[in-house]
Ligand binder design. Structure first.
Ligand code: KIV
Ligand code: NA
Length: 266
């Protein structure tokens, strides 16, 4: 295999072949997902929630994310690695967006960056792409704006549909190589996918997008609590890990571990 590149994703759109994307935040999972043939790995700022335990993605910093990006790049020789720019690291100016993205590329080794926002982010996307930095956009529900969007809500319903379409066209015109659509009615996401020449990546956006993305802990069922409507758990890794840790604890307590086969002789 060779490294996935943007033109490969573009070719898949033209063939109407959907492709999978997952988040990754460390070396071992990046290796596993790369081996599974996942062509694009996102070091999401969802690390705020699933790695660092914050309530939202708002507090996570550049310095908390860059080491995760480095680990994922080391683990994934074939995937195109995308790094999320965290809240506060790109909104101020095109210069700030450039400086942050350059850090993610030079220190993290990422191949592309992702930022949240449609029309309002077009000037930043333009500045980044002009500097040779591939940009994945993210529209619809954008978690960094949870406080202005009034909570976790479907976007683009009713009169919001026109704005979503305008956002999608604006990020494409600004030079984004792809766009994530989060929590958007399936029909609207399909319409946008047909309108755009760049790949659309859905999360809670129906099954007609050019690609799908999930947070890997949701995909694998690491979290044992309730999940969003758009999540399908393909395993129950959380329950399996709980069972393993409980069995290990029991084995230590009853001295059945370590056995002779795990012990050294003199
Ligand atoms: O941070 C993240 O994991 C994301 C994806 C869910 C699209 O932005
Ligand atoms: Na994100």
């Amino acid at each position: 295999r060779t490294r996935t590149r943007i033109h490969h994703l573009q070719a898949l759109k033209e063939k109407h072949e959907p492709w999978p994307m997952l988040t990754a935040y460390d070396y071992p999972t990046a290796q596993i997902f790369d081996d599974a043939g996942i062509p694009v790995l996102l070091v999401g700022d969802s690390a705020a929630n699933v790695v660092y335990g914050y309530d939202t993605t708002v507090p996570v910093s550049i310095d908390e994310l860059i080491p995760l990006v480095r680990a994922v790049v080391r683990g994934a020789p074939n995937a195109l690695v995308v790094a999320d720019l965290p809240f506060g690291s790109y909104e101020v100016s095109a210069e700030q967006a450039l400086e942050t993205s350059i850090r993610f590329m030079k220190e993290g080794g990422t191949h592309a960056v992702k930022l949240e926002g449609g029309e309002r982010m077009a000037p930043k996307i333009q500045a980044l792409t002009a500097a040779g930095i591939p940009v994945m956009a993210h529209i619809g529900f954008t978690p960094q704006s949870v406080n202005s969007l009034g909570g976790f809500r479907v976007q683009g319903r009713g009169s919001g549909a026109d704005q979503l379409i305008a956002d999608a066209l604006a990020v494409q015109d600004a030079g984004a190589f792809s766009v994530v659509m989060e929590m958007v009615p399936a029909e609207l996401a399909t319409e946008v996918t047909h309108k755009l020449t760049i790949p659309t990546i859905g999360i809670g956006a129906g099954n007609e997008c050019d690609a799908q993305v999930l947070v890997w802990q949701d995909m694998a069922g690491l979290n044992r609590g309730k999940t969003a409507k758009f999540v399908r758990q393909f395993a129950s890794v959380g329950n399996e890990l709980l069972r393993a840790a409980s069995d290990y604890a029991d084995a230590v307590r009853d001295r059945s571990f370590p056995g002779p086969e795990h012990s050294f002789t003199s």
